[in-house]
Design a protein around this ligand. Structure first.
Ligand code: HEM
Length: 427
């Protein structure tokens, strides 16, 4: 059996396909090979039409399913491609073939969770090669450490490509056609740009009911952790409720040549969930994830099923310091919601769990109008003043900070679609 790929006889079909995404490449594709239709396309994966794809690359929500309460359900499988422009290649010479390759992907896959959704982002390092500066309306600093509790590596590749689909074989095929060896994706030819690009790193993950259960056999998750089957993430609670997410409009840059763009931040996070699942009981987990009030009043249920579309953190967000002083513990979502602006969330979170390197983790991918918005929320979560002024520790009892560790950070600009192929900073 190929290393990295589970034996299909020993695990469910879905877990088998997930392991294929983590392995990627021809090995991952080989694991999906029986899913081709007679035309060389992937069975039941619809093809698309570039003419119908919206102008904002991050316009995904209306092409995704919603649950009974109107909460958007993200695609289940994800690949992040960290890619450089190959040595000596001029970005302006690359514009046309790369634009063609991306349009080919839109032809190959319907713009939806059943086909493929993707964004192409450009890092501050990419823009550094030009003499011109980005316009004032674009806030794109280099990534940096955001608290003295972390020493992340700072990602500096030129491009950050996010591929997402409910179909694991769709994300692998798209990735291989763009930056790997494949000439086609979903039965369609894709313009060859492999000489122009160099894949430096790839990270993968999944989000959705059942997937944490099926992928739990990695370090960081105790064997007997009672992760509910319905939970989309390893920590056992639903996330992404409508009222706790910024809208796509709220995260869009509204002026200047990059009107219609957004900024993207990715924190690569490692989990240590032994204490989360062993030393904590459900009451404590609810208090730390949401707030002590949520635990007292039993607002959450087992995994968040009592919330409909609102995790009801707006009220408790006003009392973060008071909660920390009186209870000695404060909630993650409670702190995060204290950074809302005019009562509205400012981050559109599209994060997903990961088993890269056989470790449990999470790729915290968020979109916001300015990177400063992300920094604002992250400072609320770090809660430095809480540790100074109350008995809450810098990590302990301070939301969920005890259980996750930031290993890498990346920032990127996700331009509007007409500028998504190797833009100049002054287009
Ligand atoms: C490390 C793993 C993390 C997990 C498992 C997690 C989980 C959650 C959950 C369950 C909620 C409440 C429900 C909802 O999403 O609608 C929430 C809210 C939120 N989280 Fe996290 N989170 C994590 C990390 C982070 C990080 C690193 C940030 C940003 C720096 C962040 C920012 C937010 C924000 C902005 C909200 C919404 C607050 C509001 O209602 O305004 N989270 N998170």
């Amino acid at each position: 059996m190929t290393p990295g790929i589970l034996d299909p006889g020993s695990v469910s079909r879905r877990a088998y396909l997930k392991s294929a995404v983590a392995a990627g490449g021809s090995v991952g594709l080989a694991a999906c090979v029986d899913r081709f239709d007679s035309n060389g396309g992937l069975e039941d994966v619809p093809q698309g039409d570039p003419e119908t794809v919206p102008s904002r690359q991050h316009a995904w929500n209306e092409f995704l399913p919603t649950d009974d309460h109107g909460n958007v359900r993200p695609p289940r499988h994800h690949v992040l491609g960290y890619v450089d422009l190959a040595d000596g290649v001029d970005p302006e010479e690359t514009q046309e073939p790369f634009a063609d390759a991306l349009a080919d992907l839109e032809q190959a896959f319907e713009w939806s969770n059943e086909g493929l959704l993707f964004t192409v982002g450009y890092s501050p390092s990419y823009f550094d090669r030009f003499d011109a500066d980005l316009p004032d309306a674009v806030d794109l600093p280099a990534p940096e450490s955001l608290s003295d509790l972390e020493e992340p590596e700072l990602d500096r590749t030129d491009l950050l490509i996010h591929l997402a689909s409910d179909r694991p074989d769709a994300v692998i095929e798209a990735e291989e056609a763009l930056v790997g060896d494949a000439e086609t994706a979903n039965g369609q030819e894709v313009t060859d740009v492999t000489d122009l690009l160099e894949r430096v790193d790839r990270r993968t993950g999944f989000v959705g009911a059942g997937l944490p259960q099926e992928n739990r056999d990695v370090s960081g998750v105790p064997d007997d952790a009672p992760i509910p089957e319905e939970a989309p993430l390893f920590m056992g609670f639903m996330n992404g409720f409508r009222e706790a997410q910024a809208s796509e409009d709220r995260v869009t840059i509204e002026e200047g040549p990059f009107e219609g763009a957004t900024t993207e931040h990715v924190s690569t996070i490692e989990f240590q969930l032994r204490d989360w699942w062993h030393q904590e009981n459900h009451f404590q987990r609810v208090a730390k994830m949401f707030s002590p009030t949520h635990a007292d009043d039993d607002l959450v249920g087992e995994h968040g099923e009592r919330f409909d579309s609102d995790p009801r953190v707006a009220e408790v967000a006003e009392d973060v310091l008071e909660t920390a002083s009186q209870r000695g513990v404060v909630g993650h979502a409670q702190k995060a919601a204290s950074a809302r602006v005019d009562g509205e969330p400012i981050l559109l979170r599209r994060d997903f769990d990961s088993t890269d390197d056989d470790r449990a983790g999470l790729h915290f991918l968020s979109l916001q109008r300015e990177i400063a918005d992300f920094v604002r929320v992250r400072e609320a979560i770090t809660g430095a003043a809480l540790a100074d002024e109350t008995s809450v520790g810098r990590r302990v009892n301070n939301g969920i900070l005890q259980y996750f560790f930031v290993r890498r950070r990346a920032n990127a600009l996700v331009p509007p679609r007409p500028l998504r192929s190797f833009p100049r900073p002054d287009p």
